[in-house]
Design a protein around this ligand. Structure first.
Ligand code: ARG
Length: 259
């Protein structure tokens, strides 16, 4: 995770970002700290990367890299406003004990568009990650990669429209995907939890599951009820400040999967 010390909305690279709308650094930091404490309370070990001045979106650690089987593919950002974040992740992972650390050749925004199911990687494209990045990830990780196309700019990263719950289960918002991707998802995940627009619009799918507890935006009440019915424990978190930049729970969290 990355403390939102320099968090602000100073540019707009997705439809949620309006630089004219005020943000509160203090409220943002409080919300982030509570999310951090929720993870710690659930028994997760949380590591921090230092925020860099001038990179207000760095709080969205999910975008920095993808880490599977102890191998690290560092992101290559689409927009110049975020390009320099990649170096911070290269440095951070370079100091650690990872079997391989490499920056991607093609544009990919880390776990924003790459979600690991435990077996394969679900990979988003359409707005941010280059389609060729999917082949690059397949080669780098040696895991199957399933390409999914996003079609609505409000759900511009895969992790805003789909979350892995564990055990081969996912939840997603069908209208965020192309017809072809929707058919693929329906076939692959016949008993997925489907979100409605209201829950998707509060970023209810920008969630993190440990297979039992699902941390998600507190406002996604419909999804929370569906999750409870399926035997999961929804844990609500308030990240309304981060939503002003188009991010929430999952965006703030990069999962470190050792071998
Ligand atoms: N303002 C950031 C951007 O548009 C938000 C990133 C959200 N991160 C995510 N994993 N979806 O790049």
């Amino acid at each position: 995770m990355c403390r939102p010390t320099h968090f602000d909305v100073t540019y707009s690279i997705n439809p949620w970002m309006d630089p004219g709308r005020p943000t509160s650094a203090e409220a943002g930091l409080g919300q982030w700290k509570r999310l951090h404490d929720v993870f710690v309370g659930l028994g997760h070990e949380v590591e921090l990367i230092d925020p860099v001045p001038g990179l207000p979106d760095m709080v969205f650690a999910a975008n920095g890299a993808t880490v599977v089987d102890g191998k690290v593919l560092v992101a290559r950002f689409r927009h110049p406003q975020r390009t320099d974040e990649a170096q911070a992740y290269l440095d951070w992972f370079g100091r650690g004990d990872w079997s391989e650390v490499r920056q991607a050749e093609y544009v990919n925004e880390g776990e924003g568009d790459f979600l690991f199911t435990g077996e394969e990687i679900l990979a988003g494209t359409g707005f941010r990650s280059d389609r060729r990045a999917h082949d690059e990830a397949r080669e780098f990780f040696g895991r199957p990669v399933v390409s999914l196309t996003l079609v609505d700019p409000r759900w511009y990263h895969l992790d805003t429209a789909l979350a892995v719950l564990g055990d081969g289960h996912v939840m997603y918002y069908p209208p965020a995907f192309s017809a072809q991707s929707r058919a693929l998802l329906a076939e692959r995940f016949p008993d997925a939890v489907l979100a409605d627009e209201a829950d998707a619009a509060v970023f209810g799918l920008n969630a993190l599951s440990d297979g039992r507890n699902v941390v998600l935006p507190r406002q996604a009440v419909g999804l929370a009820a569906h999750l409870r019915e399926r035997g999961y424990t929804p844990v609500g978190a308030d990240l309304t400040e981060m939503l002003k930049a188009g991010g929430s729970v999952k965006c703030c969290t990069l999962e470190l999967r050792t071998r």
